[in-house]
Design a protein around this ligand. Structure first.
Ligand SMILES: Cc1ncc(COP(=O)(O)O)c(C=O)c1O
Length: 419
Protein backbone atom coordinates (compact mmCIF):
# COMPACT_ATOMS: atom_id res chain seq x y z
CA UNK A 1 0.00 0.00 0.00
CA UNK A 2 1.43 3.43 -0.88
CA UNK A 3 2.09 5.78 2.02
CA UNK A 4 -0.54 8.41 2.64
CA UNK A 5 0.42 11.88 1.43
CA UNK A 6 0.53 14.92 3.66
CA UNK A 7 -1.86 17.59 2.39
CA UNK A 8 -0.08 20.26 0.35
CA UNK A 9 -1.77 23.33 1.71
CA UNK A 10 -2.66 22.29 5.18
CA UNK A 11 -6.17 22.42 6.63
CA UNK A 12 -8.15 24.62 8.96
CA UNK A 13 -7.93 24.13 12.71
CA UNK A 14 -11.61 23.12 12.94
CA UNK A 15 -11.23 20.60 10.15
CA UNK A 16 -8.18 19.01 11.69
CA UNK A 17 -9.73 18.74 15.14
CA UNK A 18 -12.99 17.34 13.75
CA UNK A 19 -11.00 14.68 11.96
CA UNK A 20 -9.12 13.75 15.11
CA UNK A 21 -12.36 13.46 17.05
CA UNK A 22 -13.79 11.23 14.32
CA UNK A 23 -10.73 8.98 14.41
CA UNK A 24 -11.46 8.04 18.01
CA UNK A 25 -14.73 6.30 17.19
CA UNK A 26 -13.37 2.78 17.71
CA UNK A 27 -11.19 3.63 20.72
CA UNK A 28 -12.06 2.15 24.07
CA UNK A 29 -14.61 4.30 25.93
CA UNK A 30 -12.58 4.83 29.07
CA UNK A 31 -14.57 7.95 29.93
CA UNK A 32 -17.55 5.67 30.67
CA UNK A 33 -15.52 3.60 33.15
CA UNK A 34 -15.70 0.55 30.90
CA UNK A 35 -11.97 -0.13 30.63
CA UNK A 36 -10.07 -2.01 33.33
CA UNK A 37 -6.68 -0.53 32.64
CA UNK A 38 -4.73 1.90 30.47
CA UNK A 39 -6.48 5.14 31.46
CA UNK A 40 -7.09 6.14 35.06
CA UNK A 41 -9.69 8.76 35.67
CA UNK A 42 -9.44 10.93 38.76
CA UNK A 43 -12.65 12.83 38.05
CA UNK A 44 -13.62 16.22 36.57
CA UNK A 45 -11.49 18.49 38.75
CA UNK A 46 -8.41 16.31 38.18
CA UNK A 47 -9.05 16.57 34.43
CA UNK A 48 -9.38 20.31 34.72
CA UNK A 49 -6.20 20.92 36.67
CA UNK A 50 -4.21 18.58 34.39
CA UNK A 51 -5.55 20.19 31.23
CA UNK A 52 -4.86 23.72 32.46
CA UNK A 53 -1.32 22.79 33.52
CA UNK A 54 -0.78 20.96 30.22
CA UNK A 55 -1.79 24.03 28.28
CA UNK A 56 0.79 26.15 30.10
CA UNK A 57 3.60 23.62 29.55
CA UNK A 58 2.61 22.25 26.13
CA UNK A 59 5.71 23.60 24.41
CA UNK A 60 8.31 23.63 27.19
CA UNK A 61 11.44 21.50 27.04
CA UNK A 62 12.86 19.96 30.22
CA UNK A 63 16.12 19.00 28.50
CA UNK A 64 17.77 22.10 29.90
CA UNK A 65 16.58 23.12 33.34
CA UNK A 66 18.85 26.19 33.19
CA UNK A 67 16.60 27.50 30.45
CA UNK A 68 13.48 26.23 32.21
CA UNK A 69 14.26 26.38 35.94
CA UNK A 70 10.57 25.95 36.70
CA UNK A 71 10.75 22.41 35.31
CA UNK A 72 13.79 21.68 37.47
CA UNK A 73 11.76 22.79 40.49
CA UNK A 74 8.70 20.84 39.36
CA UNK A 75 10.79 17.70 38.99
CA UNK A 76 12.45 17.98 42.37
CA UNK A 77 9.17 18.77 44.14
CA UNK A 78 7.31 15.83 42.59
CA UNK A 79 10.22 13.50 43.30
CA UNK A 80 10.45 14.83 46.86
CA UNK A 81 6.74 14.32 47.57
CA UNK A 82 6.94 10.79 46.18
CA UNK A 83 10.02 10.01 48.28
CA UNK A 84 8.08 11.24 51.31
CA UNK A 85 5.17 8.93 50.54
CA UNK A 86 7.57 5.99 50.18
CA UNK A 87 9.54 6.82 53.37
CA UNK A 88 12.68 7.62 51.44
CA UNK A 89 14.40 9.97 53.83
CA UNK A 90 17.44 11.07 51.79
CA UNK A 91 16.16 9.34 48.64
CA UNK A 92 16.85 11.06 45.31
CA UNK A 93 15.43 10.53 41.88
CA UNK A 94 14.11 11.89 38.62
CA UNK A 95 10.96 11.99 36.56
CA UNK A 96 10.84 9.71 33.54
CA UNK A 97 8.34 9.16 30.73
CA UNK A 98 6.75 6.10 32.34
CA UNK A 99 7.20 2.84 34.17
CA UNK A 100 9.32 1.26 31.46
CA UNK A 101 11.79 4.12 31.42
CA UNK A 102 12.01 4.12 35.23
CA UNK A 103 12.75 0.39 35.17
CA UNK A 104 15.35 0.82 32.42
CA UNK A 105 17.04 3.48 34.56
CA UNK A 106 17.09 1.10 37.55
CA UNK A 107 18.67 -1.67 35.46
CA UNK A 108 21.30 0.70 34.10
CA UNK A 109 22.08 2.04 37.58
CA UNK A 110 22.52 -1.50 38.94
CA UNK A 111 24.89 -2.36 36.10
CA UNK A 112 27.00 0.77 36.60
CA UNK A 113 27.18 0.29 40.35
CA UNK A 114 28.20 -3.37 40.04
CA UNK A 115 30.98 -2.36 37.68
CA UNK A 116 32.20 0.62 39.70
CA UNK A 117 32.03 -0.90 43.17
CA UNK A 118 32.56 -4.62 42.54
CA UNK A 119 34.40 -4.71 39.22
CA UNK A 120 31.65 -6.81 37.60
CA UNK A 121 32.09 -6.95 33.82
CA UNK A 122 29.34 -9.53 33.05
CA UNK A 123 26.42 -8.39 35.22
CA UNK A 124 23.39 -10.56 35.90
CA UNK A 125 19.91 -9.86 37.23
CA UNK A 126 17.23 -12.03 38.79
CA UNK A 127 13.51 -11.43 38.28
CA UNK A 128 10.33 -13.42 38.82
CA UNK A 129 8.41 -14.74 35.81
CA UNK A 130 5.68 -12.34 36.92
CA UNK A 131 7.99 -9.30 36.70
CA UNK A 132 7.09 -6.77 34.04
CA UNK A 133 8.40 -7.25 30.49
CA UNK A 134 10.32 -3.98 30.89
CA UNK A 135 12.99 -5.80 32.94
CA UNK A 136 13.63 -8.10 29.97
CA UNK A 137 13.86 -5.04 27.76
CA UNK A 138 16.40 -3.59 30.20
CA UNK A 139 18.49 -6.76 30.25
CA UNK A 140 18.44 -6.79 26.45
CA UNK A 141 19.35 -3.13 26.02
CA UNK A 142 22.01 -2.93 28.72
CA UNK A 143 23.55 -6.35 28.20
CA UNK A 144 22.76 -8.07 31.49
CA UNK A 145 22.16 -11.80 31.71
CA UNK A 146 18.66 -12.31 33.09
CA UNK A 147 17.64 -15.23 35.30
CA UNK A 148 13.91 -15.83 35.51
CA UNK A 149 12.53 -17.49 38.63
CA UNK A 150 9.20 -19.28 39.01
CA UNK A 151 6.35 -18.11 41.18
CA UNK A 152 4.76 -20.15 43.96
CA UNK A 153 1.14 -21.36 44.03
CA UNK A 154 0.10 -17.98 45.43
CA UNK A 155 1.79 -16.22 42.46
CA UNK A 156 4.48 -14.57 44.60
CA UNK A 157 8.09 -15.11 43.60
CA UNK A 158 9.94 -18.16 44.91
CA UNK A 159 12.73 -16.46 46.87
CA UNK A 160 14.60 -19.77 47.41
CA UNK A 161 14.78 -20.14 43.63
CA UNK A 162 16.11 -16.57 43.46
CA UNK A 163 18.74 -17.41 46.08
CA UNK A 164 19.89 -20.41 44.06
CA UNK A 165 20.62 -18.11 41.11
CA UNK A 166 22.74 -15.59 43.01
CA UNK A 167 26.43 -15.57 42.11
CA UNK A 168 29.39 -13.17 42.10
CA UNK A 169 27.97 -11.36 39.04
CA UNK A 170 24.56 -10.61 40.53
CA UNK A 171 23.98 -6.90 40.06
CA UNK A 172 20.22 -6.65 40.58
CA UNK A 173 17.35 -8.56 42.18
CA UNK A 174 13.78 -7.39 41.56
CA UNK A 175 10.50 -7.59 43.45
CA UNK A 176 7.11 -6.13 42.53
CA UNK A 177 4.65 -4.28 44.73
CA UNK A 178 2.33 -5.54 43.44
CA UNK A 179 3.11 -7.54 40.30
CA UNK A 180 0.99 -6.86 37.21
CA UNK A 181 -0.45 -10.24 36.16
CA UNK A 182 -2.21 -11.33 39.38
CA UNK A 183 -1.73 -8.24 41.54
CA UNK A 184 -0.03 -9.95 44.48
CA UNK A 185 2.86 -8.48 46.48
CA UNK A 186 6.24 -10.16 46.24
CA UNK A 187 7.95 -10.66 49.63
CA UNK A 188 10.10 -7.53 49.44
CA UNK A 189 11.86 -7.91 52.84
CA UNK A 190 13.18 -11.34 51.83
CA UNK A 191 14.20 -10.19 48.36
CA UNK A 192 15.94 -7.11 49.74
CA UNK A 193 17.81 -9.17 52.34
CA UNK A 194 18.97 -11.55 49.60
CA UNK A 195 20.16 -8.65 47.44
CA UNK A 196 21.96 -7.01 50.36
CA UNK A 197 23.75 -10.24 51.24
CA UNK A 198 24.92 -10.46 47.62
CA UNK A 199 26.00 -6.78 47.55
CA UNK A 200 23.51 -6.24 44.73
CA UNK A 201 20.83 -3.62 44.08
CA UNK A 202 17.23 -4.43 45.00
CA UNK A 203 14.68 -2.68 42.82
CA UNK A 204 11.04 -2.61 43.89
CA UNK A 205 8.71 -2.21 40.93
CA UNK A 206 5.90 -0.16 42.42
CA UNK A 207 4.84 1.22 39.04
CA UNK A 208 1.37 -0.07 39.87
CA UNK A 209 1.42 0.21 43.62
CA UNK A 210 3.41 3.40 44.24
CA UNK A 211 0.36 5.64 44.28
CA UNK A 212 -2.01 3.10 45.84
CA UNK A 213 -0.20 1.32 48.67
CA UNK A 214 0.73 4.41 50.72
CA UNK A 215 -2.93 5.42 50.77
CA UNK A 216 -4.23 1.87 51.26
CA UNK A 217 -2.01 1.73 54.33
CA UNK A 218 -3.63 4.93 55.62
CA UNK A 219 -7.01 3.23 55.05
CA UNK A 220 -5.91 0.38 57.31
CA UNK A 221 -5.22 -2.28 54.66
CA UNK A 222 -2.63 -4.74 55.85
CA UNK A 223 0.50 -5.23 53.80
CA UNK A 224 4.01 -6.48 54.31
CA UNK A 225 6.61 -3.70 54.24
CA UNK A 226 7.76 -2.94 50.71
CA UNK A 227 9.12 0.63 50.47
CA UNK A 228 12.32 2.34 51.72
CA UNK A 229 11.45 1.25 55.26
CA UNK A 230 12.81 -2.13 54.13
CA UNK A 231 16.56 -2.19 54.50
CA UNK A 232 18.29 -3.33 51.34
CA UNK A 233 15.78 -1.74 48.93
CA UNK A 234 17.98 0.47 46.74
CA UNK A 235 15.51 1.81 44.17
CA UNK A 236 11.75 2.07 43.57
CA UNK A 237 9.71 2.96 40.48
CA UNK A 238 6.27 4.56 40.97
CA UNK A 239 4.08 5.71 38.09
CA UNK A 240 2.14 8.93 38.47
CA UNK A 241 0.48 8.28 35.10
CA UNK A 242 -1.24 5.20 36.49
CA UNK A 243 -3.03 5.45 39.84
CA UNK A 244 -1.37 8.83 40.48
CA UNK A 245 -4.08 10.01 38.02
CA UNK A 246 -1.78 12.25 35.96
CA UNK A 247 -2.01 12.13 32.17
CA UNK A 248 0.38 9.79 30.36
CA UNK A 249 4.11 10.29 30.25
CA UNK A 250 5.28 10.50 33.83
CA UNK A 251 6.80 8.18 36.42
CA UNK A 252 9.24 8.55 39.30
CA UNK A 253 12.48 6.61 39.69
CA UNK A 254 13.87 6.90 43.21
CA UNK A 255 17.20 5.73 44.61
CA UNK A 256 17.83 5.35 48.32
CA UNK A 257 20.64 7.93 48.24
CA UNK A 258 22.07 10.58 45.94
CA UNK A 259 25.21 8.43 45.65
CA UNK A 260 23.19 5.53 44.25
CA UNK A 261 21.34 7.89 41.90
CA UNK A 262 24.53 9.01 40.19
CA UNK A 263 24.83 5.56 38.56
CA UNK A 264 21.71 6.33 36.56
CA UNK A 265 22.81 9.58 34.96
CA UNK A 266 24.75 10.17 31.75
CA UNK A 267 27.30 12.96 31.51
CA UNK A 268 29.36 13.62 28.39
CA UNK A 269 31.41 16.43 26.88
CA UNK A 270 33.64 14.83 24.24
CA UNK A 271 31.85 16.09 21.14
CA UNK A 272 31.41 19.43 19.43
CA UNK A 273 28.26 20.42 21.31
CA UNK A 274 29.57 21.00 24.82
CA UNK A 275 28.65 19.58 28.21
CA UNK A 276 25.65 17.25 28.01
CA UNK A 277 24.07 15.75 31.12
CA UNK A 278 20.87 13.77 31.09
CA UNK A 279 19.05 12.17 34.00
CA UNK A 280 17.27 9.40 32.14
CA UNK A 281 16.98 7.93 28.63
CA UNK A 282 15.46 10.90 26.86
CA UNK A 283 17.13 13.92 25.36
CA UNK A 284 14.54 16.57 24.74
CA UNK A 285 11.69 15.93 27.12
CA UNK A 286 8.29 17.45 27.27
CA UNK A 287 7.48 19.65 30.23
CA UNK A 288 3.79 18.86 29.80
CA UNK A 289 3.54 15.56 31.70
CA UNK A 290 5.82 16.84 34.45
CA UNK A 291 3.74 19.98 35.01
CA UNK A 292 0.47 18.09 34.75
CA UNK A 293 1.68 15.57 37.34
CA UNK A 294 2.75 18.42 39.64
CA UNK A 295 -0.66 20.02 39.28
CA UNK A 296 -2.61 16.80 39.84
CA UNK A 297 -0.60 15.91 42.94
CA UNK A 298 -0.99 19.42 44.34
CA UNK A 299 -4.71 19.40 43.63
CA UNK A 300 -5.40 15.99 45.17
CA UNK A 301 -3.09 16.12 48.16
CA UNK A 302 -2.92 13.12 50.46
CA UNK A 303 -6.62 13.33 51.32
CA UNK A 304 -7.62 13.30 47.66
CA UNK A 305 -5.49 10.24 46.98
CA UNK A 306 -6.86 8.46 50.04
CA UNK A 307 -10.40 9.02 48.74
CA UNK A 308 -9.55 7.83 45.21
CA UNK A 309 -7.84 4.78 46.71
CA UNK A 310 -10.86 4.05 48.90
CA UNK A 311 -13.07 4.08 45.80
CA UNK A 312 -10.59 2.01 43.84
CA UNK A 313 -10.33 -0.69 46.50
CA UNK A 314 -14.10 -0.75 46.91
CA UNK A 315 -14.45 -1.27 43.14
CA UNK A 316 -11.84 -4.04 43.14
CA UNK A 317 -13.40 -5.75 46.17
CA UNK A 318 -16.79 -5.61 44.42
CA UNK A 319 -15.28 -7.24 41.36
CA UNK A 320 -13.59 -9.97 43.41
CA UNK A 321 -16.77 -10.72 45.35
CA UNK A 322 -18.88 -10.74 42.17
CA UNK A 323 -16.56 -13.14 40.37
CA UNK A 324 -16.50 -15.46 43.39
CA UNK A 325 -20.29 -15.82 43.13
CA UNK A 326 -20.26 -16.90 39.47
CA UNK A 327 -19.91 -20.57 38.69
CA UNK A 328 -17.13 -21.36 36.22
CA UNK A 329 -14.75 -18.45 36.85
CA UNK A 330 -12.45 -17.41 39.69
CA UNK A 331 -9.93 -14.75 40.66
CA UNK A 332 -6.29 -15.83 40.57
CA UNK A 333 -4.42 -15.33 43.85
CA UNK A 334 -5.26 -13.38 46.96
CA UNK A 335 -4.40 -9.91 45.69
CA UNK A 336 -5.87 -7.40 48.10
CA UNK A 337 -5.41 -4.26 46.05
CA UNK A 338 -6.50 -2.99 42.65
CA UNK A 339 -5.45 -5.73 40.22
CA UNK A 340 -7.80 -8.61 39.50
CA UNK A 341 -7.11 -11.54 37.14
CA UNK A 342 -10.22 -13.50 36.13
CA UNK A 343 -9.59 -17.10 35.07
CA UNK A 344 -11.52 -20.25 34.37
CA UNK A 345 -12.32 -22.27 37.50
CA UNK A 346 -11.01 -25.81 36.94
CA UNK A 347 -12.98 -27.02 39.98
CA UNK A 348 -16.31 -26.00 38.42
CA UNK A 349 -18.56 -28.52 36.61
CA UNK A 350 -18.55 -26.28 33.61
CA UNK A 351 -15.37 -24.12 33.47
CA UNK A 352 -15.70 -21.01 31.36
CA UNK A 353 -13.33 -20.12 28.50
CA UNK A 354 -12.26 -16.68 29.72
CA UNK A 355 -11.09 -15.52 26.31
CA UNK A 356 -14.58 -16.22 24.92
CA UNK A 357 -15.86 -14.39 28.00
CA UNK A 358 -13.60 -11.42 27.24
CA UNK A 359 -15.00 -11.27 23.70
CA UNK A 360 -18.57 -11.36 25.01
CA UNK A 361 -17.81 -8.58 27.48
CA UNK A 362 -16.21 -6.53 24.72
CA UNK A 363 -19.36 -6.87 22.61
CA UNK A 364 -21.18 -5.34 25.60
CA UNK A 365 -18.62 -2.51 25.70
CA UNK A 366 -16.39 -3.68 28.58
CA UNK A 367 -12.66 -3.98 28.01
CA UNK A 368 -10.16 -6.31 29.71
CA UNK A 369 -6.71 -7.17 28.36
CA UNK A 370 -6.18 -10.88 27.77
CA UNK A 371 -3.09 -12.27 29.47
CA UNK A 372 -1.34 -15.53 30.20
CA UNK A 373 -0.18 -18.04 31.00
CA UNK A 374 -2.55 -19.01 32.45
CA UNK A 375 -5.32 -17.63 30.23
CA UNK A 376 -6.95 -14.84 32.20
CA UNK A 377 -8.61 -11.45 31.85
CA UNK A 378 -6.56 -8.64 33.34
CA UNK A 379 -8.18 -5.84 35.30
CA UNK A 380 -6.44 -2.80 36.66
CA UNK A 381 -9.33 -1.40 38.63
CA UNK A 382 -9.29 2.29 39.51
CA UNK A 383 -11.47 5.24 40.37
CA UNK A 384 -12.42 5.22 36.66
CA UNK A 385 -14.76 2.32 37.44
CA UNK A 386 -16.62 4.07 40.26
CA UNK A 387 -20.37 3.91 39.81
CA UNK A 388 -20.39 1.23 37.10
CA UNK A 389 -19.52 -1.94 39.00
CA UNK A 390 -23.14 -3.15 39.33
CA UNK A 391 -23.60 -2.76 35.57
CA UNK A 392 -20.30 -4.53 35.01
CA UNK A 393 -21.25 -7.49 37.18
CA UNK A 394 -24.59 -7.76 35.40
CA UNK A 395 -22.72 -7.81 32.07
CA UNK A 396 -20.27 -10.35 33.46
CA UNK A 397 -23.07 -12.69 34.58
CA UNK A 398 -24.86 -12.36 31.23
CA UNK A 399 -21.61 -12.91 29.31
CA UNK A 400 -20.77 -16.02 31.34
CA UNK A 401 -24.19 -17.53 30.53
CA UNK A 402 -23.76 -16.58 26.87
CA UNK A 403 -20.41 -18.36 26.48
CA UNK A 404 -21.00 -21.29 28.85
CA UNK A 405 -20.15 -24.49 26.97
CA UNK A 406 -18.43 -22.60 24.12
CA UNK A 407 -14.84 -21.60 23.41
CA UNK A 408 -12.91 -19.39 21.02
CA UNK A 409 -10.05 -20.52 18.78
CA UNK A 410 -8.33 -17.17 19.25
CA UNK A 411 -5.85 -17.78 22.08
CA UNK A 412 -3.85 -14.58 21.48
CA UNK A 413 -2.97 -12.30 24.36
CA UNK A 414 -2.60 -8.57 23.95
CA UNK A 415 -0.88 -6.45 26.53
CA UNK A 416 0.89 -4.23 24.05
CA UNK A 417 1.03 -4.00 20.27
CA UNK A 418 3.39 -2.79 17.57
CA UNK A 419 1.05 -0.72 15.45
C1 LIG B 1 4.12 -3.59 37.61
C2 LIG B 1 4.38 -2.79 36.37
N1 LIG B 1 5.63 -2.40 36.08
C3 LIG B 1 5.92 -1.68 34.98
C4 LIG B 1 4.94 -1.30 34.10
C5 LIG B 1 5.31 -0.53 32.85
O1 LIG B 1 4.78 0.75 32.87
P1 LIG B 1 4.61 1.63 31.55
O2 LIG B 1 3.59 0.97 30.71
O3 LIG B 1 4.21 2.97 32.09
O4 LIG B 1 5.92 1.69 30.84
C6 LIG B 1 3.63 -1.69 34.36
C7 LIG B 1 2.56 -1.33 33.44
O5 LIG B 1 1.42 -1.70 33.60
C8 LIG B 1 3.35 -2.45 35.52
O6 LIG B 1 2.10 -2.85 35.81
Amino acid sequence: MPNAELSQQGRSVDDVIADLEAKRVDDVKWEDGRAFGMVYDGGPSVHEVAERAAKIYLHENALNTKAFPSLGAIQSEVVGWTAGLLHGDGAAGFLTSGGTESILCAVKAARERAKAERGIEAPEMIVAESAHAAFHKGAHLFGLRLHKTPVLDDWTVDVDAMASMVNDNTALIVGSAPQYPQGVMDPIPEIAALAASAGANCHVDACMGGFVLPFAERLGREMAPWDFRVEGVTSISADIHKLGYAPKGVSVILHRTKELRRYQTFVFDDWLGGFYASPNLQGTRSGLPMAAAWAVMQHLGVDGYVELTRQTLENADTMRAGVAEIDGIRVLGDGAFHLVAIASDPAADDPIDVFALGDALERRGWFHDRQGPPDSLHSTVSNSNTGVMDDYLAALRASVEEVRGTSTDDRSTNYATLE
